[in-house]
Write a protein that binds this ligand. Structure first.
Ligand code: FAD
Ligand code: NAG
Length: 468
């Protein structure tokens, strides 16, 4: 049987055979979710000969948190935008797909000019040398933090928050406190992890193996999601039933039954749940019997963070352009308040009229706060777009963040299967939770765990103990 995908597809899939409609007849594996991890897991399974797959997707879209949308005449990314960490110690597997296979238009993000683009609360920019000095100091603290992180015991017993590490290094009770120090801190941490240093685990977040060198911003008409469509196209064909919302997963020693919102039941030998940890924390999907206590605890202990980006289109450009003018920081006395502005480079947008403001950890962005941030002479915006990942029941946030207090052993339980129920998704990635490459690799890893059970009857998943 050929794998089918039960969703209205926005891409052209291979049509070598006729797609079979999802039926009540049993499948080998049902995958819940057609985001990067679900599609990557399906590809791995089908390469291992498990081709009787059914993918159930709640939206009408393949790609999940990778999603383009038209804004003011150009495509912008509602979700993931960067290939994070290229040329680091380890290869980011997404990079060859983006830069070679699909040749998606991309730019290396330019952080060099940061020091000359920090705006004062009352207008004007800070002296470059001053910001440079503060940046240098914060880099020193961070390098000290990376060394300290490497020395912490693998058990996670003496993990600490990034803020604790900062206090150890600079003896400031609240961490960075001047407007410039706060926005640099925000840019380094909240802008990356969507949560403040106070809650973020030092041991598990610093340093990130692929995050050594550069980040590349994808701005292609086809969207960053094109890489998910490309992977799907290698093994899936289209099936035009769409919008299938899974509400209940019954599981036993002999198989699984997946019930959807429209009361259909799909049966299979195994199910792979690839929805976000935010969805798992909600009551969208009921498990019967309930998941065991250790599993529930691992799900609730982890954090689903909210990174809010706001696209704003102006009728004319009022910000400086050229090299070193990609990011503009606003050094408010209120930490992180409309802190990061980024010139939007969009395909076909020759005038580059968009500016994108990223504001992490804001569930409800304040309205009307943008004027005065980048100067007095600011025209009224002609278009504003605020993606709402938090209130979307199929996401419940943007990406996971590793909080202080969760050790590696507990984290590994997020990925561990429960009977015939398997889990994948960025939050289950061994090293890169929160990222596109994390989602991609997690799909492969979780598929491998399932394949071991299906092919070799090795179904006991071993989690290395706390002190191994
Ligand atoms: C605003 C934002 C910015 C980001 N920036 C970056 C970045 O620059 N670089 C980077 O590397 N990463 C970034 N990320 C993270 C990256 O997008 C994710 O890590 C990755 O796409 C997650 O893939 P996934 O397959 O794990 O989950 P998802 O993409 O969430 O896939 C899960 C799928 O399950 C579906 N689903 C949910 N519930 C059900 C249900 N009940 N029944 C059926 N289907 C269901 C969902 O619709 C979804 O399609 C960003 C994310 C966001 C939101
Ligand atoms: C990306 O691809 C271009 C064009 O093939 C190439 O010139 C460039 O070196 C690649 N970039 C990286 C960082 O690999």
């Amino acid at each position: 049987m050929t794998p089918t995908i039960a969703t209205a597809l926005v891409l052209a899939l291979t049509l070598a055979h006729h797609a079979s409609l999802a039926s009540a007849a049993g499948h080998r594996v049902i995958i819940v979710g057609a985001g990067m991890s679900g599609i990557s897991a399906g590809k791995r399974l089908s390469e291992a000969g498990i081709t009787d797959l059914l993918i159930l997707e709640a939206t009408d879209h393949v790609g999940g948190r990778m999603r383009k949308r038209n804004f003011g005449g150009v495509n912008v990314e509602m979700g993931a935008n960067w290939v994070e960490g290229v040329n680091g110690g380890k290869m980011n597997p997404i990079w060859p797909l983006v830069n070679s296979t699909l040749k998606l238009r991309n730019f290396r993000s330019d952080f060099d000019g940061l020091a000359e683009n920090v705006y004062k609360e009352r207008g004007g920019v800070y002296d470059r040398a001053y910001v440079q000095k503060r940046l240098h100091r914060s880099n020193e603290v961070e390098e000290g933090g990376a060394k300290l992180s490497a020395k912490l015991r693998p058990s996670g017993q003496d993990d600490m928050s990034i803020l604790t590490m900062q206090r150890l290094n600079n003896h400031l009770p609240n961490g960075p406190a001047s407007p410039v120090d706060m926005i640099l801190d925000y840019f380094k941490h909240d802008y990356e992890f969507a949560e403040p240093p106070r809650v973020t685990s030092l041991q598990n977040v610093v340093p990130l193996a692929t995050f050594r060198d550069y980040v590349y911003f994808v701005a292609d008409r086809r969207g960053y999601e094109a890489i998910v469509h490309h992977l799907a196209g290698q093994y899936l064909e289209a099936d035009k039933s769409g919008n299938i919302v899974v509400r209940e997963i019954s599981h036993s020693g002999s198989g699984v039954a997946v019930k959807t919102e429209d009361d259909k039941v799909y049966k299979a030998d195994y199910v792979m749940v690839s929805t976000s940890v935010g969805v798992l924390q909600s009551d969208l999907i009921q498990f019967k019997p309930r998941l065991p206590a250790w599993k529930i605890l691992s799900i609730y202990q982890f954090d689903m963070a909210v990174y809010t980006k706001i696209f704003v289109k102006f009728p004319r450009k009022f910000w400086p352009e050229g090299k070193g003018r990609e990011f503009f920081l606003y050094a408010s006395s209120r930490r992180g308040y409309y802190g990061v502005w980024r010139r939007q480079r969009s395909p076909g947008d020759r005038h580059r009229r968009g500016v994108e403001a990223d504001r992490a950890a804001a569930r409800q962005p304040d309205q009307g706060g943008d004027r005065g941030v980048l100067g007095e002479d600011v025209p009224d915006a002609t278009d504003i777009l605020v993606p709402r990942w938090w209130s979307d029941r199929f996401y419940r946030g943007t990406f996971s963040n590793w909080p202080i207090g969760v050790n590696r052993y507990e984290y590994d339980q997020l990925r561990a299967p429960v009977g015939r129920v398997y889990f994948s998704g960025e939050h289950t990635s061994e090293h890169y939770n929160g990222y596109v490459h994390g989602a991609y690799l997690s799909g492969i890893d979780s598929a491998d765990i399932l394949i071991k059970c299906a092919h070799k009857r090795m179904c006991k998943h071993h989690i290395p103990g706390k002190f191994e």
